[in-house]
Design a protein around this ligand. Structure first.
Ligand code: HEM
Length: 892
């Protein structure tokens, strides 16, 4: 049942069995239990009995799997017209087991309409359309050609009635917020300046993120740091979001402008105008203006009845994802004809990306070159002038320049290796197959430059997905359960047992075709962790590229066409990760910080000079050794609160990006924090004090700090006198099965915190009780559990088309081995030995080989490079052997 979910909380006896009294002690807090199990933290979480640690870690994995199954079952809401069928089912098939939707047909206006069958009852992609990832993302699913393509609608993970809380779409939403919400109340800029600003002990040396003249080394911007995650990790995730989604078109929103706050504050429950003195105290800007979001459809949504309930068929406003939703490297390779023009190929070999070697290049890395600059004839937003030319150029800084250059070089590395093989063995079978002649081997010599370019894209996209899954995420969620969980997502829990793995893979595929949703989805998802998601359906005996069932049969969309939900975009608003100043190091002298370079100085076209003058290797060292910003309240970069964008109409042309994060979520109707948690199957909060971590001693400074933050939240969002007769949700019931009301369990008529009104971004930043080693909060995490899995399950190129016939034998092995040949890591880490050298480390060794002496010490590229990883998931900030002189260790 939807309203009696697991909530990440187990029975007392289970908690005791998996984590002893410590786990039992924290069962009453709203936060998930598994984090208190044996072995789920650092050395201190371990029992002296290895069997208990195994129980703890496995128990955590069971809880996580349970959550994933429930999320798949309860949290899929497609906005594109299929939701009714999802609820009611069709032709004897449960809605959640439906696999093909008329809404996912290509329209007659699409240039490939005829190629997929035009008006035929079943559109089907075939021939050249199935061999590679298509530019606009069509034909990933051969039977739903439009799914996930550029311009399709964002989905939702929450009931439509719970969206747009300011509109009070039903009685429950009305009771929940009692008319307290609007786009600009509570005021987004006031929230930003009160709850997001990084406090500075010396404002002058920070200078709002602009540092000191000449990038002087004694500049300083204080920020809360995550000790186990580096700045490379911050820009990695921005780089990836530019692959997955964008609400903007070519870096701008709609034509209408809107005010963005700095107008009111909440006093005794009422929003009253700010005085000039308040404005000065807060430092906000009442004249700021921003372009409004594009809206795809704002007409009144239809409704339908099923059983005793009436449902909305979609949200009152829908929005387009202007990127492909697939993990296809579209930030590098483009997502439509316009963006593709910016992707430059090497005229000497059009399978390669155009990279230009600097005239003074001396190192092996620099000889591989740098991306070309946008030309005046290229399609571009005037703000991008002088930037490097790439598919997705928006919000560009040195961090994005770094990854775009690295992966353009990696693309060329693969192409060059393929060319070398083709030269030596032109008549050998490349492993590829053409659907027109499925039995005929495609020889190396037969592969055209265009085909090789597309192969490069397939390989690079898969490498990025692998890095993200087993290298970035295992450092983002730095503990043993997640290390195992993420590796099993990629290669399965049964990594070494290939026979059982294949058998289980067959069974999982078979289950995926069932008409009963429980079998097709829940059993499927549980058992898929055995063989792993990647390659599901690809191990079928006699796999044949001319058989649609083989090519496409391994995906599972769980009854709801794949696209990212708005809620996913919301929890990726990770601007707090970015430091204001980069501690610049030259790669040959890694221990010395030579300058403090403001990130904002590298914004847009200015990144080019910084990249060319200082080079990839030194930027790698700079961002590899520096800790990123913790996702916490009062930790947003100063420069982002004051970002200048020339296209804006306001007097200062500045925007507070942190305030905009809140405003955009409100424009797109993301539910507020408490209902968001209830919708995702997490326990609600009953007061702002629930944010205070109960593991803390009440006389500790951290406790005092958290108490103060809870008070600040109360002052910004306010309180109200509650009414216990008003139910506020259908997503969950109380602990005794009672309806959850406006009083959240407090006595009727008492003053309660407006915890229901809390903006979701503010809520997850306020979560200090987190699983060990989590750079994100559990609320964000639960959104990732669902959508990160779906991003793999739904993509044919990661499941049944993950085959040498599609990737070539060389490409397939390149992905599996993290490069042309396997390499084993010499350093033991967190109790694991003999692991493959991690995939981004391998990419950097190829594309920036001058980093080798440093990388030889690094296990995970996203862990600060000079940090000692200790024996078991330590978060300590201590130098590893050989890096004792690094200046960053002389400060907290
Ligand atoms: C220096 C670096 C960055 C700059 C200058 C920047 C700037 C911006 C701006 C101006 C917007 C607002 C667009 C709008 O709604 O009009 C935005 C949106 C966003 N940013 Fe950033 N950002 C940076 C880094 C990051 C990072 C590290 C992340 C981490 C994932 C991130 C994630 C997002 C997301 C998810 C959105 C919403 C996109 C959408 O609505 O489709 N950004 N950013």
């Amino acid at each position: 049942m939807r309203d009696v979910r697991f909530l990440g909380k187990v029975q007392g006896t289970t908690a005791k069995c998996r984590g002893g009294e410590n786990a039992v002690a924290f069962q009453m807090v709203p936060w998930v239990d598994w984090t208190n199990y044996w072995g789920a933290g650092d050395e201190n979480s371990k029992s002296i009995w290895p069997s208990k640690n195994l129980r703890g870690v496995n128990g955590s994995l069971i809880d996580l799997e349970y959550e994933r199954i429930e999320l798949i079952k309860f949290n899929l809401f497609d906005n594109g017209g299929t939701f009714r069928q999802y609820v009611t089912g069709a032709n004897g098939t449960d809605g959640a087991a439906i696999k093909v939707w008329p809404e996912m047909r290509l329209p007659a206006s699409n240039p490939n309409f005829a190629a997929v069958g035009g008006t035929a009852a079943d559109q089907r992609c075939n021939g050249e359309l199935i061999r590679y990832r298509q530019l606009t993302g069509i034909c990933n699913d051969t039977r739903n050609p439009l799914m996930g393509s550029t311009g399709t609608l964002f989905a939702r993970n929450v009931e439509f009635e719970s969206t747009f809380p300011d509109r009070a779409l039903d009685e429950l939403a009305k009771n929940r917020h009692a008319g307290r919400l609007s786009l600009l109340t509570p005021d987004p800029q006031v929230i930003s300046r009160t709850l997001f600003t990084r406090a500075q002990h010396d404002s002058a040396s920070c200078n709002d993120g602009y540092g000191k003249p000449g990038y002087a080394k004694d500049a300083n911007c204080d920020y809360k740091k995550a000790p186990f995650f580096n700045v490379l990790a911050a820009f990695w995730i921005q780089f990836n979001t530019h692959d997955w989604f964008s609400h903007l078109e070519e870096g701008h929103n709609g034509p209408q402008y809107m005010a963005v706050g700095c107008a009111t504050q909440r006093v005794n429950g009422a929003d009253v105008p700010l005085t000039p003195a308040d404005v000065a105290r807060l430092g906000c800007r009442p004249t700021d203006q921003m372009d409004q979001s594009f809206v795809a459809d704002s007409s009144k949504p239809g409704t339908f009845a099923n059983g005793s309930r009436t449902y909305l068929a979609r949200t009152p406003k829908t929005f387009k994802n202007n990127n492909t939703a697939w993990w296809d490297g579209s930030q590098l390779y483009g997502y439509d004809d316009r963006s593709r023009i910016r992707v430059k190929r090497d005229p000497a070999d059009s399978a390669r990306m155009l990279m230009i070697a600097q005239p003074n290049a001396t190192t092996e890395g620099d000889k591989q070159g740098y991306l070309p600059i946008l030309q005046a004839t290229d399609p571009q937003n005037p703000d991008w002038a002088g930037q490097e030319s790439v598919g997705f150029p928006d919000n560009w800084t040195i961090g994005l320049s770094f990854y775009h250059n690295v992966f353009a070089r990696e693309h060329n590395q693969f192409v060059d290796a393929f060319r070398a093989q083709a030269k030596q063995h032109p008549d050998d079978d490349s492993g590829l197959r053409d659907p027109a002649h499925p039995q005929q081997p495609v020889r190396y010599r037969d592969v055209s430059s265009n085909e090789l370019f597309e192969l490069g894209r397939l390989v690079v996209a898969a490498e990025i997905a692998k890095i993200h899954t087993i290298e970035w995420t295992t450092q983002l969620l730095y503990d043993e359960p997640l290390f195992r969980g993420m590796n099993s997502n990629w290669s399965g829990l049964l990594q070494n047992d290939t026979t059982i793995k294949h058998l289980l893979g067959d069974l999982v595929n078979h289950l995926g075709t069932a008409k009963d949703a429980r079998v097709a989805n829940s059993w499927y998802a549980t058992l898929a962790s055995g063989p792993g998601i990647v390659g599901l359906g690809a191990q079928k005996a006699g796999w044949d590229i001319s058989k649609d069932d083989d090519v496409n049969g391994g995906t599972n969309h769980f009854g709801s066409p794949f696209n990212f939900p708005e809620e996913f975009v919301s929890v990726y608003r990770l601007h707090a990760l970015v430091p204001d100043l980069l501690e610049y190091r030259a790669y040959a002298q890694p221990d010395a910080i030579q300058a403090k370079i403001p990130v904002v100085e590298t914004f847009r076209g200015r990144a080019t000079g910084f990249m060319h003058d200082r080079g990839l290797a030194s930027w790698a060292m700079t961002m590899g050794r520096q800790r990123l910003g913790a996702l916490a309240l009062q930790n947003h970069p100063r420069f982002m609160q004051n970002l200048k964008m020339d296209r804006l109409h306001s007097p200062t042309k500045q925007i507070d990006v942190a305030a905009l994060d809140i405003l955009r979520d409100r424009e797109r109707g993301v539910p507020r924090f408490n209902e968001f948690r209830r919708q995702y199957g997490l326990r609600q909060l009953t007061s702002f004090d629930d944010f205070i971590d109960s593991h803390l001693k009440t006389d500790s400074p951290d406790y005092a700090e958290e108490k103060k933050l809870a008070t600040t939240l109360r002052s910004v969002y306010g309180q109200h006198k509650c009414d216990a007769s008003k139910p506020i949700t259908r997503a969950q019931v109380g602990m005794q099965g009672e309806a959850i009301t406006d009083c959240l369990g407090h006595p009727d008529g008492t003053m309660v915190d407006n915890v229901e009104d809390l903006d979701t971004v503010v809520g997850w930043l306020a979560e200090t009780t987190r699983p060990h080693g989590y750079a994100i909060s559990e609320t964000q995490f639960v959104v990732f559990i669902l959508n990160a899995s779906r991003r793999l399950y739904s993509d044919r190129f990661f499941t049944s088309s993950f085959r040498p016939e599609i990737y070539s034998t060389m490409g397939f092995n390149w992905i599996n081995n993290n490069g042309p040949t396997p390499m084993v890591e010499a350093i033991a880490s967190n109790g694991h030995t003999g692991q493959p050298v991690s995939p981004l480390k391998r990419v950097l060794l190829r594309t920036v080989p001058e980093l080798k002496p440093e990388l030889d010490q690094v296990v995970n590229v996203f862990d600060p490079w000079a940090r000692d990883r200790g024996s078991y998931y330590t978060l300590d900030w201590k130098p590893r052997k050989g890096a004792e002189k690094d200046e960053a260790f002389s400060r907290p």
